[in-house]
Design a protein around this ligand. Structure first.
Ligand SMILES: N[C@@H](CCC(=O)N[C@@H](CS)C(=O)NCC(=O)O)C(=O)O
Length: 243
Protein backbone atom coordinates (compact mmCIF):
# COMPACT_ATOMS: atom_id res chain seq x y z
CA UNK A 1 0.00 0.00 0.00
CA UNK A 2 1.23 3.50 -0.85
CA UNK A 3 2.04 5.83 2.05
CA UNK A 4 1.22 9.50 1.48
CA UNK A 5 2.97 11.81 3.94
CA UNK A 6 0.90 14.98 3.88
CA UNK A 7 -0.92 17.84 5.58
CA UNK A 8 -4.22 19.58 4.89
CA UNK A 9 -2.29 22.04 2.69
CA UNK A 10 -2.84 22.22 -1.07
CA UNK A 11 0.33 20.45 -2.22
CA UNK A 12 -0.49 17.19 -0.50
CA UNK A 13 -4.13 17.44 -1.55
CA UNK A 14 -3.14 17.27 -5.23
CA UNK A 15 -1.60 13.85 -4.72
CA UNK A 16 -4.42 12.64 -2.50
CA UNK A 17 -6.91 13.58 -5.23
CA UNK A 18 -4.91 11.52 -7.75
CA UNK A 19 -4.86 8.55 -5.35
CA UNK A 20 -8.63 8.80 -4.92
CA UNK A 21 -9.20 9.21 -8.67
CA UNK A 22 -7.15 6.13 -9.53
CA UNK A 23 -8.49 4.02 -6.65
CA UNK A 24 -5.01 2.94 -5.58
CA UNK A 25 -5.00 1.81 -1.95
CA UNK A 26 -3.12 4.27 0.23
CA UNK A 27 -2.51 5.26 3.81
CA UNK A 28 -2.49 8.94 4.76
CA UNK A 29 0.23 9.89 7.23
CA UNK A 30 -0.69 13.36 8.54
CA UNK A 31 1.73 15.97 9.88
CA UNK A 32 1.11 19.15 11.86
CA UNK A 33 3.59 21.75 10.58
CA UNK A 34 2.93 24.14 13.47
CA UNK A 35 3.90 21.44 15.97
CA UNK A 36 7.23 21.04 14.19
CA UNK A 37 6.43 17.51 13.00
CA UNK A 38 8.35 18.01 9.75
CA UNK A 39 11.45 19.15 11.61
CA UNK A 40 12.87 15.68 12.28
CA UNK A 41 15.75 13.66 10.88
CA UNK A 42 13.31 10.85 10.08
CA UNK A 43 11.31 13.12 7.83
CA UNK A 44 14.42 14.69 6.30
CA UNK A 45 15.52 11.16 5.34
CA UNK A 46 12.32 10.94 3.27
CA UNK A 47 12.64 14.40 1.73
CA UNK A 48 15.87 16.40 1.94
CA UNK A 49 13.78 19.55 1.35
CA UNK A 50 11.70 18.79 4.46
CA UNK A 51 8.29 19.40 2.86
CA UNK A 52 5.16 17.45 2.08
CA UNK A 53 3.92 15.66 0.06
CA UNK A 54 6.08 12.55 -0.02
CA UNK A 55 4.83 9.23 -1.29
CA UNK A 56 6.39 5.85 -0.67
CA UNK A 57 5.35 2.98 -2.91
CA UNK A 58 6.44 -0.50 -1.82
CA UNK A 59 5.27 -1.94 -5.15
CA UNK A 60 7.06 0.03 -7.88
CA UNK A 61 5.78 -0.43 -11.44
CA UNK A 62 8.83 -2.35 -12.69
CA UNK A 63 8.72 -4.78 -9.77
CA UNK A 64 11.43 -5.33 -7.16
CA UNK A 65 11.52 -5.15 -3.38
CA UNK A 66 12.90 -1.64 -2.95
CA UNK A 67 10.16 0.92 -2.26
CA UNK A 68 10.17 4.04 -4.41
CA UNK A 69 10.11 7.35 -2.52
CA UNK A 70 8.95 10.42 -4.43
CA UNK A 71 8.72 14.04 -3.20
CA UNK A 72 7.60 17.25 -4.92
CA UNK A 73 3.93 17.10 -5.82
CA UNK A 74 4.53 17.30 -9.59
CA UNK A 75 6.82 14.28 -9.48
CA UNK A 76 4.31 12.42 -7.29
CA UNK A 77 1.49 13.13 -9.77
CA UNK A 78 3.57 12.01 -12.73
CA UNK A 79 4.70 8.89 -10.86
CA UNK A 80 1.10 7.87 -10.18
CA UNK A 81 0.07 8.68 -13.76
CA UNK A 82 2.88 6.50 -15.09
CA UNK A 83 2.04 3.72 -12.64
CA UNK A 84 -1.62 3.62 -13.58
CA UNK A 85 -1.55 4.87 -17.18
CA UNK A 86 -4.23 7.43 -16.30
CA UNK A 87 -4.70 11.22 -16.40
CA UNK A 88 -1.53 11.83 -18.48
CA UNK A 89 -1.61 10.96 -22.18
CA UNK A 90 1.31 9.21 -23.84
CA UNK A 91 1.22 11.01 -27.18
CA UNK A 92 3.67 13.94 -27.15
CA UNK A 93 1.10 16.63 -27.96
CA UNK A 94 -1.20 15.62 -25.17
CA UNK A 95 1.54 14.69 -22.72
CA UNK A 96 3.45 17.97 -22.88
CA UNK A 97 0.26 20.02 -22.94
CA UNK A 98 -0.36 18.50 -19.50
CA UNK A 99 3.20 18.57 -18.18
CA UNK A 100 3.74 22.23 -19.06
CA UNK A 101 0.71 23.20 -16.96
CA UNK A 102 1.88 21.00 -14.10
CA UNK A 103 5.27 22.76 -14.27
CA UNK A 104 3.49 26.14 -14.41
CA UNK A 105 1.50 25.24 -11.33
CA UNK A 106 4.51 24.27 -9.20
CA UNK A 107 6.72 27.10 -10.48
CA UNK A 108 4.19 29.95 -10.64
CA UNK A 109 0.69 29.40 -9.35
CA UNK A 110 1.68 27.66 -6.09
CA UNK A 111 4.61 29.85 -5.00
CA UNK A 112 2.92 33.16 -5.83
CA UNK A 113 -0.37 32.21 -4.23
CA UNK A 114 1.61 30.90 -1.26
CA UNK A 115 3.34 34.27 -0.83
CA UNK A 116 0.06 36.14 -1.33
CA UNK A 117 -1.48 34.11 1.50
CA UNK A 118 1.62 34.58 3.64
CA UNK A 119 1.68 38.38 3.32
CA UNK A 120 -2.09 38.66 3.70
CA UNK A 121 -2.66 36.40 6.65
CA UNK A 122 0.34 34.75 8.28
CA UNK A 123 3.10 37.38 8.36
CA UNK A 124 3.51 39.23 11.65
CA UNK A 125 1.73 42.58 11.77
CA UNK A 126 2.23 45.24 10.57
CA UNK A 127 2.21 43.54 7.18
CA UNK A 128 4.40 45.04 4.48
CA UNK A 129 1.85 46.60 2.08
CA UNK A 130 4.22 46.40 -0.90
CA UNK A 131 4.83 42.65 -0.49
CA UNK A 132 1.14 42.00 0.14
CA UNK A 133 0.08 43.86 -3.00
CA UNK A 134 2.90 42.50 -5.14
CA UNK A 135 1.93 38.87 -4.52
CA UNK A 136 -1.82 39.42 -4.56
CA UNK A 137 -1.59 41.06 -7.97
CA UNK A 138 0.62 38.28 -9.31
CA UNK A 139 -1.75 35.66 -7.85
CA UNK A 140 -4.61 37.36 -9.68
CA UNK A 141 -2.65 37.64 -12.92
CA UNK A 142 -2.12 33.89 -12.84
CA UNK A 143 -5.83 33.33 -12.31
CA UNK A 144 -6.52 35.46 -15.40
CA UNK A 145 -4.07 33.24 -17.32
CA UNK A 146 -6.07 30.19 -16.25
CA UNK A 147 -9.39 31.90 -16.94
CA UNK A 148 -8.32 32.69 -20.51
CA UNK A 149 -7.04 29.14 -21.03
CA UNK A 150 -10.37 27.72 -19.82
CA UNK A 151 -12.45 29.94 -22.10
CA UNK A 152 -12.23 27.42 -24.96
CA UNK A 153 -11.72 24.11 -23.18
CA UNK A 154 -13.27 22.37 -20.18
CA UNK A 155 -9.97 21.39 -18.55
CA UNK A 156 -6.62 23.09 -18.18
CA UNK A 157 -4.83 21.06 -20.86
CA UNK A 158 -7.75 20.36 -23.19
CA UNK A 159 -10.81 18.14 -23.37
CA UNK A 160 -9.79 15.72 -20.64
CA UNK A 161 -9.39 15.96 -16.90
CA UNK A 162 -5.71 15.35 -16.10
CA UNK A 163 -3.04 15.76 -13.43
CA UNK A 164 -2.75 19.43 -14.56
CA UNK A 165 -6.24 20.05 -13.14
CA UNK A 166 -5.43 18.12 -9.98
CA UNK A 167 -2.30 20.26 -9.50
CA UNK A 168 -4.15 23.58 -9.87
CA UNK A 169 -7.47 22.90 -8.15
CA UNK A 170 -6.38 22.82 -4.48
CA UNK A 171 -4.65 26.22 -4.86
CA UNK A 172 -7.68 27.85 -6.47
CA UNK A 173 -9.78 26.32 -3.71
CA UNK A 174 -7.55 27.88 -1.08
CA UNK A 175 -7.59 31.28 -2.78
CA UNK A 176 -11.36 31.27 -3.41
CA UNK A 177 -11.87 30.71 0.30
CA UNK A 178 -9.45 33.48 1.19
CA UNK A 179 -11.19 36.01 -1.08
CA UNK A 180 -8.50 38.19 -2.57
CA UNK A 181 -9.34 41.56 -4.12
CA UNK A 182 -11.09 40.36 -7.30
CA UNK A 183 -14.44 38.66 -6.76
CA UNK A 184 -14.90 35.15 -8.13
CA UNK A 185 -17.26 36.53 -10.77
CA UNK A 186 -14.23 38.14 -12.45
CA UNK A 187 -13.06 34.65 -13.39
CA UNK A 188 -16.09 33.16 -15.12
CA UNK A 189 -14.35 30.25 -16.86
CA UNK A 190 -12.13 29.47 -13.91
CA UNK A 191 -15.19 29.33 -11.67
CA UNK A 192 -17.02 26.95 -14.06
CA UNK A 193 -13.94 24.69 -14.11
CA UNK A 194 -13.67 24.93 -10.32
CA UNK A 195 -17.28 23.75 -9.87
CA UNK A 196 -16.84 20.98 -12.47
CA UNK A 197 -13.95 19.50 -10.51
CA UNK A 198 -15.46 20.15 -7.09
CA UNK A 199 -18.37 17.92 -8.11
CA UNK A 200 -16.12 14.91 -8.66
CA UNK A 201 -16.63 12.21 -6.02
CA UNK A 202 -12.88 11.72 -5.61
CA UNK A 203 -12.38 15.42 -4.85
CA UNK A 204 -15.27 15.42 -2.42
CA UNK A 205 -13.79 12.46 -0.58
CA UNK A 206 -10.49 14.31 -0.13
CA UNK A 207 -12.17 17.46 1.20
CA UNK A 208 -14.84 15.70 3.23
CA UNK A 209 -13.66 16.99 6.56
CA UNK A 210 -13.80 20.20 8.52
CA UNK A 211 -11.64 22.79 6.83
CA UNK A 212 -8.56 23.70 8.70
CA UNK A 213 -10.04 26.88 10.12
CA UNK A 214 -6.92 29.04 10.29
CA UNK A 215 -5.95 28.18 6.71
CA UNK A 216 -9.16 29.41 5.16
CA UNK A 217 -9.76 32.59 7.08
CA UNK A 218 -9.89 35.70 4.95
CA UNK A 219 -8.38 38.03 7.52
CA UNK A 220 -5.07 38.07 9.33
CA UNK A 221 -4.36 34.94 11.34
CA UNK A 222 -2.55 35.45 14.62
CA UNK A 223 -0.50 32.26 14.63
CA UNK A 224 0.64 31.40 18.18
CA UNK A 225 4.40 32.10 18.60
CA UNK A 226 5.45 28.44 19.01
CA UNK A 227 3.56 27.37 15.88
CA UNK A 228 4.94 30.35 13.97
CA UNK A 229 8.51 29.49 15.04
CA UNK A 230 8.03 25.94 13.70
CA UNK A 231 6.35 27.02 10.47
CA UNK A 232 8.28 30.11 9.43
CA UNK A 233 10.57 31.28 12.22
CA UNK A 234 13.60 30.39 14.32
CA UNK A 235 12.90 26.68 14.87
CA UNK A 236 12.26 26.13 11.16
CA UNK A 237 15.48 27.86 10.08
CA UNK A 238 17.60 26.38 12.87
CA UNK A 239 16.56 22.88 11.78
CA UNK A 240 17.32 23.52 8.12
CA UNK A 241 20.74 25.06 8.94
CA UNK A 242 21.96 22.12 11.01
CA UNK A 243 23.01 18.59 10.09
N1 LIG B 1 7.03 22.53 -4.48
C1 LIG B 1 6.59 21.70 -3.40
C2 LIG B 1 6.02 22.55 -2.29
C3 LIG B 1 5.75 21.74 -1.05
C4 LIG B 1 5.33 22.60 0.13
O1 LIG B 1 5.68 23.77 0.26
N2 LIG B 1 4.55 21.99 1.04
C5 LIG B 1 4.13 22.68 2.22
C6 LIG B 1 2.74 22.22 2.64
S1 LIG B 1 1.49 22.60 1.46
C7 LIG B 1 5.05 22.32 3.35
O2 LIG B 1 5.50 21.19 3.46
N3 LIG B 1 5.34 23.26 4.22
C8 LIG B 1 6.07 22.94 5.40
C9 LIG B 1 7.35 23.62 5.55
O3 LIG B 1 7.75 24.38 4.67
O4 LIG B 1 7.99 23.36 6.59
C10 LIG B 1 5.56 20.69 -3.92
O5 LIG B 1 4.83 21.03 -4.84
O6 LIG B 1 5.52 19.55 -3.41
Amino acid sequence: MIDLHSTTGPNGRKVQIMLEETGLPYRLIPYDIGKGELLTEAFRALNPNGRVPVLVDPEPPGGGDTPVTVWESAACLQYLADKTGRFLPLDPHGRYAVLQWVAWQVASLGPNHGQAHHFTRYAPEPIDPYARQRFRLEAERLMYVMDRQLRDRPYVAGDDYTIADMACWPWINLTWNAQFDRPRESFEHLEAWFQRIKARPAVQRVYDEALNEWMYRTDHVGIPPERWANSFGDNFHAFHRKG
